[in-house]
Design a protein around this ligand. Sequence first.
Ligand SMILES: Cc1cc2nc3c(=O)[nH]c(=O)nc-3n(C[C@H](O)[C@H](O)[C@H](O)COP(=O)(O)O)c2cc1C
Length: 329
Amino acid sequence: MIAAADLAYRILYRGLLSRLPERIAIPLGQWGLRLIPIDLVPIFRHGDPQLAVTLGGVRLPNPLILSSMYYDTTILRRAMGLGFGAVTTKSITARPRPGHPQPNLVRIGTAEGPGLVNCNGFQNPGLEAYRRALAGLPHRVPLIVAAAGESIEEYVEVVSGLAPLGDLVEINISSPNTTLVYAWSRKPSELARLFQAVRAATAKPIIVKVSPDYRDANEEQIIPAALEAGVGIVNCGNTRRVEEPRLSQKAGGLSGPALFPAMLENVRRLRARFGARIEIIATGGIDTPEKARLALEAGANACAYFTGFITRGPLLARRILDGLLAVRK
Ligand SMILES: Cc1cc2nc3c(=O)[nH]c(=O)nc-3n(C[C@H](O)[C@H](O)[C@H](O)COP(=O)(O)O)c2cc1C
């Protein structure tokens, strides 16, 4: 049954979605996800209590997280029934943002497999409208609310507003699509103040999402400053900045399997350097059960993906969870 459903998605993706232009395939995929209640179908989930983990003291039924991309609460509600142990909202900003003009997402073939490059630019409805939307979302699994901003005051505003509606809070200091957010990694002393300010704004566990483009700064300045402020969960990490002439901004964030080897190495390095002082979410190119297992074995407490959800389909979570249980037996 699982194999048949998996094959059906592969045929749909390879035969239709991956052939349509991105500007048609993306709305079509999201429309399908909104309209068809696939979260009611039990094959997507795995309820084995052996899979449960904790993150910042919050219990997740399993270590798989849907990474930040969707703000639509219908899609987030569906994702909560598709095997994930937690789901993340898109990074929300204080004011609504239209995002960057089209084309802002393109597919890319890499030696490691199918990926994406985006310059989404934080298209989102802004804090106040999103607070209203999230208020009606049941937490079938924990919800990670994500915040981005261009000043410390903006992060504090968004964190204070969203934290009561989430179980954990993610601070995005690493998206390469808006210069001001990406630039945070180059301002470690201001980042230290940012961490302290957001820490004071909520008692919920805080995750800092770092960039794969700033490995040394992450290890030497950013994570120590986060720890000093009491921010102990590190999501490593975001997309990698690349030039991409097909995008409206001529550059964007690369996601998908090309990120995986460096991400795995980063997880190993961070675990070796910071030991049990940090909890790690491994994000970047996880699109097979084997990669999820390797990330967890390298020291991650949980692993997250977005691109794999598109390229491998909604059954990937179930396949990963089956794989994780199989190695325990
Ligand atoms: C279209 C798109 C939009 C994204 N939006 C966000 C965002 O708002 N905030 C964020 O922290 N990461 C965002 N990401 C990055 C993903 O959450 C993830 O960190 C990245 O894609 C690497 O994981 P993957 O290889 O599994 O996709 C986005 C990625 C894509 C492809």
